[in-house]
Design a protein around this ligand. Sequence first.
Ligand code: ATP
Length: 309
Amino acid sequence: TQRFIWPMAQFGQIINMYQRAHASAERIFGLMDEPDRLPVAPDATPLEIREGTVEYDDVTFGYDEDTAEPTVQNVDFTVDGGDTLALVGPTGAGKSTVLKLLLRLYDVDEGAIRIDGQDLREVTLPSLRRHIGYVGQDTFLFYGTVRENITYGTFDADESAIVEAAKAAEAHEFIANLPDGYGTMVGERGVKLSGGQRQRLSIARAVLKDPSILVLDEATSDVDTETEMLIQRSLDRLTADRTTFAIAHRLSTIKDADTIVVLEGGRIVERGTHEELLANGDLYAHLWGVQAGEIDELPEEFIERAAER
Ligand code: ATP
């Protein structure tokens, strides 16, 4: 009878996996309530990753087709496999929206997004999301053990892989000190974890998932300097060989990015390396000046310009 039970169990697991992968992508950006209205291409094939090159080809998108101004307008860039692209810009500039499009939570209105030449609309959704990892400020922990929270979305992980991932994320030590170690219940009703601890669990989750493409949404939560150092070190390890998109609030964390794109009002207004953008003396240079404490506040002209866009 073993033979007959096994395929059924396997099938159940696949469904479960599909649902979890789907749920996690939506939770990433708190989109649980949004209807799934993406058309499925009848001839969609699984995404095949080669270099992990991501191309935004003149992308325009608006949440509401009736409003005059799209949220993202003519966004055009290519991130070579393994490189890091940072998105900076004022609140509401469209940074998260640009990345929601990569996860295909919405379809572009104009232009196209391609991963290694494959249009997102022509690959299957679970395969797309399987290859993209997310580390963010609002790490979703469900009521379950630390172990289950790390393996979330990865189904063939054995204990040693879980511990390795936790070590890479600088999370092993604090986990070992919890009352039941990896078996400790966390999430709602469970042991409360600090923001820095939750973030390291989400890094462990991403390490285990081993995606080719990473989306980092920098935490704004206050962590002490030592924790910040640990997080930075584990992130450096995680992003080393992967195509990475980073939304940064503190510019110091992204100054080594291969390319920094500055968004304002849904448009790219500047792009380059940190040094190039400083030399430009435009918005980025002034934002940097403010954060470095070199100038007190953003000059009026930039605030007015942002308001106009
Ligand atoms: P922040 O730095 O504050 O996170 P952001 O640059 O990431 O901002 P987005 O979150 O992409 O900006 O938002 C861009 C614009 O799109 C904002 O005006 C926002 O109100 C709007 N917006 C975001 N999500 C939705 C949604 N689900 N439906 C309608 N409008 C939305």
